[in-house]
Design a protein around this ligand. Structure first.
Ligand SMILES: Cc1cc2nc3c(=O)[nH]c(=O)nc-3n(C[C@H](O)[C@H](O)[C@H](O)COP(=O)(O)OP(=O)(O)OC[C@H]3O[C@@H](n4cnc5c(N)ncnc54)[C@H](O)[C@@H]3O)c2cc1C
Length: 198
């Protein structure tokens, strides 16, 4: 992989620090890109693998992160943590952040991922309702469910994964599905088999 040796150019700015952002930065270096790369992220941790959140209960971020700090230093990839991009001016090739610091880019990559669906139903603001989207959600969720009766809304992959992950520590786990079987988009056959296992 190439290191950052061109100190004059304006940077390539990548907004986000998920797998898309990290893959982009790494690929640029692998393909010989030598200029500055800055990843700007709302997150307070180095890029980590969200996929693991539903598969393993841990409070150690090191088990989730893709690369150690030394990797980013070695390949000249700056990661601005705790920074939210609030405005992009494509005419001026400038990105504005919540800390008020504008940054001019040569190339801009948007890798901001998606957000989870927020319940807007009567009672959805009550205590004891948790979402699982980021590392901090996982910390809170997994610290709250010991010996509790847990209901999971959603019977896709994530619902099932969380079910299996917390099965040993929750008192009971109930999965709510809109269809007659989980993973409905994979067909009734597999869903029925899973129903039997559950
Ligand atoms: C619990 C869980 C389990 C999953 N399991 C699987 C699985 O088994 N298999 C699978 O294929 N997929 C799985 N996924 C989905 C997978 O994690 C996502 O598809 C993947 O993370 C998307 O990567 P991304 O880089 O596009 O975006 P994300 O990982 O969502 O990253 C987006 C980044 O952009 C940042 N950002 C957003 N807006 C701004 C802004 N304005 N300023 C600064 N930063 C910003 C965020 O802080 C974040 O760092 C799972 C997701 C979750 C939550």
């Amino acid at each position: 992989m190439t290191r950052c040796t061109d100190l004059l150019d304006e940077p390539t700015v990548i907004i986000g620090s998920g797998p898309a952002a990290l893959t982009c930065a790494e690929t640029l270096r692998k393909e010989g890109y030598k200029s500055h790369i800055i990843m700007i992220t709302k997150d307070d941790t180095l890029p980590y693998d969200r996929k693991k959140l539903s598969k393993k209960m841990t409070h150690d971020i090191n088990e989730y992160i893709f690369r150690q700090e030394t990797f980013f230093e070695k390949y000249g990839i700056k990661v601005w943590l705790n920074t939210t991009v609030t405005k992009i001016d494509v005419e001026k090739k400038t990105v504005y952040c919540n800390d008020g610091k504008p940054i001019t880019y040569s190339n801009l990559v948007l890798a901001m991922g998606s957000t989870n669906k927020i319940f807007k139903l009567p009672g959805s603001n009550l205590e004891g309702i948790y979402y699982l989207r980021d590392y901090h959600d996982a910390e809170v969720l997994y610290s709250q469910i010991k010996r509790k009766h847990v209901t999971i809304v959603g019977s896709g992959f994530e619902g099932l994964e969380i079910c299996s992950t917390i099965d040993d520590i929750a008192s009971s786990v109930t999965l709510l599905a809109r269809s007659s079987h989980p993973l409905k988009y994979l067909g009734a056959g597999l869903g029925k088999e899973i129903n039997q296992v559950l």
